[in-house]
Structure formats: structure tokens, C-alpha cells
Design a protein around this ligand. Structure first.
Ligand code: ATP
Ligand code: MG
Length: 241
């Protein structure tokens, strides 16, 4: 099983100082697979991603990438091992133009300038604009495209749609779907919009009180209104007025 999994978490405990936020988190994702991480505010979704990336210390358990234990690697070495992190803050370079942002951290592979411009035509149009001149939606596209240019085996997204205008949410959702479904880009997606996240992914986990309280195929959870309402009620109501 460990050999087939692209990423595998095994009994992960993590938190801050004395405070344990996550305890006993285990899941495996196959190559090309996609996982939605759901849960109410403050349950530890971001902490889970930060732990995978190595920004939060692992207290117990293991994280394996293609069978290799990366639990003790520094974040930049995990990135080199294939983890592509798109932080919630986007962190684009404001004084570089779009194309410079894209190439600054690029590594060779299938995702080159042409490929990301095909996926994000808006970025091609804005290629000569400074990072600081972009709208929030364009900055988010740039943040994702820049991470793609590092040619990761797994893309890790923390609320990529947060704070964006509805029309941009629609455009970006379509792009993420193309990436995951057509291009087979493996992905872990944290998203407040549960419905959107479930439409974009194969599998889902719901975190509550530090553990995985529920796991399901995304398509099944999408039809299971009672379970969705129990765990992420507010988001569902927001999506269905
Ligand atoms: N740097 C930190 N130091 C101490 N505690 C933290 C730190 N960051 C987060 N926490 C705490 O860890 C818990 C989980 O936070 P986290 O940000 O992972 O939740 P989340 O599910 O991503 O929430 P949200 O839906 O609001 O994004 C919270 O109780 C939070 O207060
Ligand atoms: Mg968060």
C-alpha cells in the first residue's frame, strides 16, 4: 500500500508548543488523486497542511511521499521532493512582473510557461504587469501557476477561493477542475465552500476535534446532505440559500 500511495500520513500528531491540534490523522492518496479537507473554523485544516509541508512540527507519526519518509525534512527539501504549496496568503512577489514571478522558482518539467499560460490565459494577458498591479483573483491564479511551475507531484491548496468575487470563483474553479481532472494533477484542497471542494475532488475527509471524524468519496458526501450539514452546516447553508 505504501508503494502505491503518492502521499501517506500515518498517525500524525501535530500542534503548537503544548497544544495538540491534530492527533492520529491517517490517510493515503494515490498518484493523480485528489482530497478535500473539510471542517469548521479552527479545527486544524491549515495546521494539517502546514504539518505536511514541514512548517509545523510533527509530534508523532509519519508522512511519506512516494514511500519515502519526509517527516524530518525541512520545508524547502519537501518542496524539492514534490510538494507544491500554495499558501493562503498567496505570497507573490509584488515588485516582479507576472512572468518573472512564474520563472523565479520554476523547475523543469511538463509545467512550463506555455502550459501554465494555456491553463491561465489571464496571466498571459497580464504577463508584463507587476505582481502588485494584479487583482486578488489574478494574484491567486499567479500563486497557483507559480507553484505549478515548480513541477510538484502534489499540489496543496489552502482556501484558494477565499475572498474572491463570484465570477472569479467560477473561473478559478473551472481551472482547478481542468488541472485535477484533465491534467491528473494530484491535489489536497482545503476549502470553506464544501460543495465546490467536493465537486473538484475524488475523496474527502472531515476534521473535528483533532481527528478525522468522517471520510467518504466526494461524490457520495455531496449527496449526503445530513452528514454534510452535521459537520460543515454553515457552509452548506451558505451555498444553498
Ligand atoms: N501559530 C499558532 N500558534 C498557536 N496556535 C495556533 C497557531 N495557528 C493556529 N493555532 C490554533 O490551532 C487551531 C487550528 O487552527 P487552524 O488555523 O489550523 O484551523 P483551520 O481549520 O485552518 O481554521 P480556518 O477555517 O479558520 O482557516 C486553532 O485553535 C488555532 O487557534
Ligand atoms: Mg485555515
Amino acid at each position: 500500500m505504501a508503494h502505491e500511495a503518492l502521499i501517506e500520513l500515518d498517525g500524525v500528531r501535530a500542534g503548537y508548543g503544548e497544544a495538540v491540534v491534530l492527533d492520529g490523522i491517517s490517510f493515503a492518496l494515490p498518484a493523480g488523486g485528489s482530497l478535500a479537507v473539510l471542517g469548521r473554523n479552527g479545527v486544524g485544516k491549515t495546521t494539517l497542511l502546514l504539518t505536511i509541508m514541514g512548517f509545523v512540527d510533527l509530534m508523532q507519526g509519519a508522512i511519506r511521499l512516494a514511500g519515502r519518509d519526509v517527516s524530518r525534512l525541512a520545508p524547502h527539501r519537501r518542496a524539492r521532493a514534490g510538494l507544491g504549496w500554495v499558501p493562503q496568503e498567496r505570497d507573490i512577489f509584488p515588485s516582479l512582473d507576472v512572468e518573472e514571478n512564474l520563472t523565479a522558482t520554476a523547475r523543469p518539467g511538463r509545467w512550463d510557461l506555455q502550459a501554465v499560460y494555456r491553463l491561465f490565459p489571464r496571466l498571459r494577458e497580464r504577463r508584463a504587469n507587476m505582481g502588485s498591479q494584479l487583482s486578488g483573483g489574478e494574484q491567486q491564479m499567479l500563486a497557483i501557476a507559480r507553484t505549478l511551475m515548480t513541477n510538484p507531484t502534489l499540489l496543496i491548496l489552502d482556501e484558494p477561493l477565499e475572498g474572491l468575487a463570484p465570477i472569479i470563483v467560477e473561473e478559478l474553479t473551472a481551472t482547478i477542475r481542468t488541472m485535477a481532472r484533465d491534467e491528473g494533477m494530484a491535489m489536497i484542497l482545503v476549502e470553506q465552500h464544501a460543495e465546490v471542494a467536493l465537486r473538484l475532488t475524488d475523496e474527502a475527509i472531515v476534521i473535528e476535534r483533532g481527528v478525522i471524524a468522517h471520510r467518504a468519496r466526494s461524490a457520495e458526501l455531496l449527496r449526503d446532505a445530513a452528514t454534510l450539514d452535521r459537520y460543515v452546516g454553515l457552509n452548506l447553508q451558505a451555498a444553498e440559500p
